[in-house]
Design a protein around this ligand. Structure first.
Ligand code: NAD
Length: 327
């Protein structure tokens, strides 16, 4: 299959374009961008691509076999449904959707259309350092994990994120850390309890919780604490500590270390390793081309991850521990 792709939304969508364009004969032939100023610039930059402002033109174009959805979160659901109905494969930015019933509909429709493939851009799975963590984790020995998503881009809260009804910091930020830990452990959490704060919202248009702590219980008696911190005065960072019975692995502002004796040993693998992020989309193209590669993320993993996010937001809403129900 020769990939003829369309991108919707040219913020992070630019990164999708870079990952797709030229990879094993794949091409982006159309871009949908609703910001008029951006669209004019795009026409100049890409004179050979079809630049449109309405996604209808993407779904009606029979040539397109892959739609890369990088629009605001509130558009993802409908654009996924339209892609499936138009028999187009899908790359979608996280989160896949904003509501539990939307997730159910997407999953049911995908089960009815097994030829249509979907991937969600959970880029930490391609990170050199975290691949090293994953290789060295022994889940039988894990006691406790801490994973903090320190956003460091507080101004972003005032943009579209403050205007979308069902946007949450869980679906926008914590999702990456839930995915990272579920991927590390190859386990799904049993329960989640969340505690939120709005104190840091000062100076933004955002009115929901901007700092949330989640306590998750995993099988094997593993406790995990995750934070989504959108208001820290900090560089963008994924701080992770894996405490095992025999060693501790750390990614901190001071560097990455493995500690088994008193002296921490530096871990050399790259972080933040943004260059490797393309690999997730390129792995998906390989799957579409039926090349014999393992998917970096499966459909069920994407669906389970969303179930964890919805349970976490339910816990925040009702102020109690939630047992996670998976689809
Ligand atoms: N995987 C990651 O690490 C990661 C990082 C950043 C953003 N994201 C996700 O990417 C998506 C976009 O975020 P962003 O940071 O690029 O935002 P952004 O504001 O930087 O850019 C979004 C662009 O998409 C356009 N757009 C939005 N909805 C559209 C629609 N329906 N049709 C056409 N154009 C549309 C906007 O005009 C804008 O140019 C969000 O879902 C966000 O959660 C993921």
């Amino acid at each position: 299959m020769n990939i003829k792709a369309a991108i919707i939304g040219m913020g992070i969508g630019k990164k999708h374009l870079e990952a797709i364009e030229g990879y094993k004969n794949s091409h982006v032939i159309a871009i949908c961008e609703k910001d008029k100023k951006k669209a004019i610039q795009l026409k100049k930059k890409y004179p050979n691509k079809n630049i449109v402002s309405n996604d209808k033109e993407i779904f009606q174009n029979k040539e397109i076999n892959l739609v890369s959805i990088a629009s605001y979160d509130n558009f993802h659901y409908k654009q996924i449904i339209k892609s499936i109905k138009a028999k187009k494969n899908i790359i979608v930015e996280k989160p896949i959707c904003l509501k539990k019933n939307e997730l159910k509909n997407i999953y049911n429709l995908l089960k009815k259309n097994p030829k249509i493939k979907i991937t969600s851009n959970l880029v930490l799975r391609t990170n050199d350092l975290f691949l090293n963590f994953k290789k060295n984790i022994n889940k039988q020995k894990v006691l406790y994990i801490e994973a903090d998503y320190i956003w460091g881009r507080k101004y972003k809260l005032s943009e579209w994120r403050s205007k979308i009804k069902n946007y949450s910091i869980t679906l926008g930020a914590a999702i990456h850390m839930f995915d990272l830990i579920m991927w590390f452990l190859k386990l799904r959490p049993i329960s989640v309890q969340a505690f939120g704060s709005k104190k840091g919202n000062t100076g933004t248009l955002y009115t929901k919780n901007s700092l949330v702590i989640y306590i998750l219980k995993f099988p094997n008696n593993i406790i995990v604490k995750i934070t989504a911190n959108a208001v820290a005065i900090h560089n963008h960072f994924h701080e992770v500590r894996v405490y095992q019975q025999d060693k501790t692995m750390v990614n901190s502002s001071l560097g990455a270390f493995s500690i088994s004796k008193e002296k921490p040993k530096k871990i050399k693998q790259r972080y933040p390793d943004k260059k490797n992020r393309k690999k997730l989309i390129q792995n998906f193209i390989d799957i579409l081309k039926k090349n014999k590669v393992k998917p970096i993320i499966t459909l069920k993993e994407q669906i389970d991850l969303m179930s964890v996010c919805f349970a976490a937001d339910e816990s925040l809403k009702f102020g109690k521990k939630i047992i996670i129900r998976y689809l």
